[in-house]
Ligand binder design. Structure first.
Ligand code: GTP
Ligand code: MG
Length: 334
């Protein structure tokens, strides 16, 4: 027993002994880990606490499964699109959310930190994309409500840990668990369509980028090569470091582009356009789609429209079926 454990640690340990529910035990163990002096003499004890945390989290998951319906979450969509962050434990999903948005998720050096969905808005030029941080997924651990959130999202970012020798096994275990829940992540679902109607039922394909995080870690370059060999065909891989911000600009751009939306500006007749507040619509949307997006009932009364932008002369009158482009300005007449 190391001699220099603090009173705070002992207090947390007492709480652990008294704890009755799995949740209480978990909270106490987390407190023990937070207050234990970090040095060589306590390494074994730290590892022991971490493994107890891991086991309890799995127990909790089992309890929830057996329980009535357990908790469920819904994240109302905001901005240009909703993108979920998925991955094995401790890969830096929450840290990435913190680096890309102004959200303040819990980030910790041990696994199974995140327990609920945590949204944040990632600015991109004059729009924003909603990122949603999720709890980790392992072979034996998948919160029951996560598949629903993945289905509802526009895209996913799978996160890998370039600092870990366990990187490939952890990814395989995470992706394997999702496949058992009939979810297949890949960058170009069109190329994997044969999976969608497999012999054993429907597989749900969700378009995903792969963020290879912790690029700053020792030997990250070699692991990045391994990752490319194993997953380069299935995913577009973006090396990043949430710690040093390296690669984050490119990741932002790719996430936005991946959503495949256009920004269009609506202006009232005779008034100047507000460049700060574009509408975002799926690429290929028409003038009528924009009108419906702005006001479903009013759209039926749309009389005419004029467009400034790509492929038209300034202010050209267009049909309702006119396909809009990124940056177009539209004047709707009702
Ligand atoms: N060196 C380095 N460490 C990082 C980086 N990103 C995250 N970390 C560290 O990795 C640990 C885990 O980060 P989290 O963001 O909590 O990981 P997570 O994937 O959300 O973990 P769970 O919620 O348990 O699934 C923390 O100690 C982070 O500070 C990075 O780019 N480089
Ligand atoms: Mg987390």
């Amino acid at each position: 027993m190391p001699a220099n454990l603090t009173p705070q640690y002992h207090k947390a340990e007492e709480a652990y002994k008294r704890a009755q529910t799995t949740e209480e035990k978990l909270a106490a163990l987390r407190q023990m880990l937070a207050t234990i002096p970090k040095h060589k003499g306590t390494e074994k004890l730290q590892a022991d606490i971490k493994s107890r945390i891991r086991k309890l989290k799995e127990e909790l998951q089992q309890e929830r499964k057996k329980g009535k319906r357990g908790v469920s979450y819904r994240v109302p969509r905001e901005g240009a699109g909703q993108v979920v962050l998925i991955g094995p434990p401790n890969v830096g999903k929450s840290r990435l959310l913190a680096a890309l948005t102004s959200a303040h998720p819990e980030v910790a050096p041990y696994p199974f930190t995140t327990q609920r969905p945590q949204p944040g808005m990632m600015p991109w030029q004059n729009v924003a994309v909603q990122l949603v941080d999720l709890p980790p997924v392992t072979d034996s651990y998948l919160e029951g409500w996560i598949p629903g959130l993945i289905h509802a999202a526009d895209a996913a970012v799978l996160v890998a840990d370039l600092s870990s020798d366990d990187m490939l096994d952890a990814l395989e275990s995470c992706l394997g668990r999702l496949e058992r829940a009939r979810i297949y992540l890949c960058t170009e679902p069109d190329r994997f369509q044969q999976l969608a109607a497999g012999s054993d039922g429907t597989m749900f394909l969700k378009k995903s980028l792969l963020a290879a995080n912790k690029l700053d870690a020792a030997d990250a370059g070699e692991r990045l090569e391994l990752l490319r060999e194993a997953y380069g065909d299935r995913f577009e891989i973006l090396p990043v470091s949430a710690e040093t911000a390296e690669g984050l600009g490119t990741l932002r751009d790719r996430i936005y582009q991946f959503l495949n939306v256009i920004r269009v500006y609506s202006k009232p007749p005779g008034k100047p356009v507000d460049r700060e507040k574009p509408f975002t619509l799926p690429a290929g949307s028409t003038v009528m789609d924009l009108a419906e997006h702005i006001h479903r009932e009013l759209a039926a009364k749309l009389k005419s429209a004029r467009v400034w932008g790509e492929g038209v002369y300034p202010g050209q009158p267009v049909k309702r079926s006119h396909v809009l482009h990124d940056g177009d300005i539209v004047e709707l007449h009702f």
